[in-house]
Design a protein around this ligand. Structure first.
Ligand code: SF4
Length: 313
């Protein structure tokens, strides 16, 4: 199906309210009202930690927090970029908390997590983009919870020489960096980033630590064409990426870029089949797929897929 792409200038996006089409029946969102969600919220407040679940207004928060799955967002709650799709606050960040790695690792232990996902805001203001804080968090989690596997979802570390290498050498079990959208839409959707820089980051991680699983994701429904999504898949495979996630973009507030259209569940299924055929070890594609959704279960699936591929299983 073809459709007219809508590109809105980010400045206009910030000035105008952008009405999105009505949500279809297949987008169902549960509020985080369970007792378990209340416990997660309390722990985050006590430890002065942030989650991307809350800051990005993730639609899966009710489901994830009921199962005590949360994605920690380190280096504060203020981002130095202003992507048109993202709900995280933009501005000049405060000093980051040096005790954050300890508090994060204590929370992981208290929650009994088998697999933890750690992401961050962009910190273009720091010399290393926050790389050392990622490493400190990985190391502290491993010290306090040696059985817990660690997945990180990093910014692009643009213009931060050596930052990707520093984080990759800490050997997280999964290294995720999201491309977010197709290259043509970068100026409108992800203006501070460069598509080929993000691809190169993923390729670099594989060069440094071939055993680390690499993962990336895009949102659809922003005006991308099907063949552009196919090209992104090919580019990611050429960079050796193992795991692809594709989810529907949802507009967090009327000030953010509008949803151009809702991609149907059948189209997601088709993307999944095509991506598998292109050689990804694992593909998650559905309207509510988010890069950290079911990350623990997906990590097991990744390990099994690699074992099968190498004939171990
Ligand atoms: S999908 Fe990820 S960001 Fe969303 S609620 Fe679940 S763990 Fe949090």
């Amino acid at each position: 199906m073809t459709h007219t792409p809508v590109i809105r200038h980010p400045e206009k996006v910030n000035r105008l309210d952008n009405p999105s089409p009505r949500k279809p029946a297949w987008i169902r969102v549960k509020a985080p009202t369970s007792a378990e969600a209340a416990e997660v919220r309390k722990l985050m407040r006590e430890k002065n930690l942030h989650t991307v679940c809350e800051e990005a207004a993730c639609p899966n928060i009710g489901e994830c927090w009921k199962h005590r799955h949360a994605t920690f967002m380190i280096l504060g709650d203020t981002c130095t970029r202003a992507c048109a799709f993202c709900n995280v606050k933009t501005g000049k960040p405060a000093e980051f908390d040096p005790v954050e790695p300890l508090h994060l690792a204590e929370s992981v232990k208290a929650m009994g997590l088998a697999h933890v996902v750690i992401t961050s805001v962009d910190r273009d203001d720091l010399d290393d983009g926050g790389a050392a804080q990622f490493v400190a968090c990985i190391d502290k989690v491993r010290e306090l919870s040696p059985q817990t596997t660690v997945e990180i979802l990093t910014p692009d570390f643009r213009d931060k020489a050596g930052a990707v290498e520093t984080v990759a050498r800490a050997r997280p079990d999964v290294f995720n960096h999201n491309l977010e959208t197709v290259p043509r839409l970068y100026p409108a959707i992800r203006p501070g980033a460069r598509y080929f820089l993000s691809l190169r980051l993923l390729q670099r991680v594989k060069e440094i630590e071939p055993a680390t699983f690499t993962k990336s994701g895009i949102m659809v429904g922003l005006g991308e064409e099907r063949q552009e999504v196919m090209q992104v898949m090919d580019d990611l495979r050429a960079a050796g990426v193992d795991f692809l996630t594709i989810g529907q973009y949802l507009q967090p507030t009327p000030k953010h870029v509008a949803v151009e259209r809702f991609v149907t569940p059948d189209e997601f299924e088709e993307y999944k089949i095509l991506a598998r055929a292109k050689g990804f070890l694992l593909v998650s594609a559905s309207p509510l797929t988010r890069s950290s959704h079911h990350a623990d279960r997906d990590f097991q699936a990744l390990k099994e897929a690699r074992a099968q591929q190498s004939g171990v299983a």
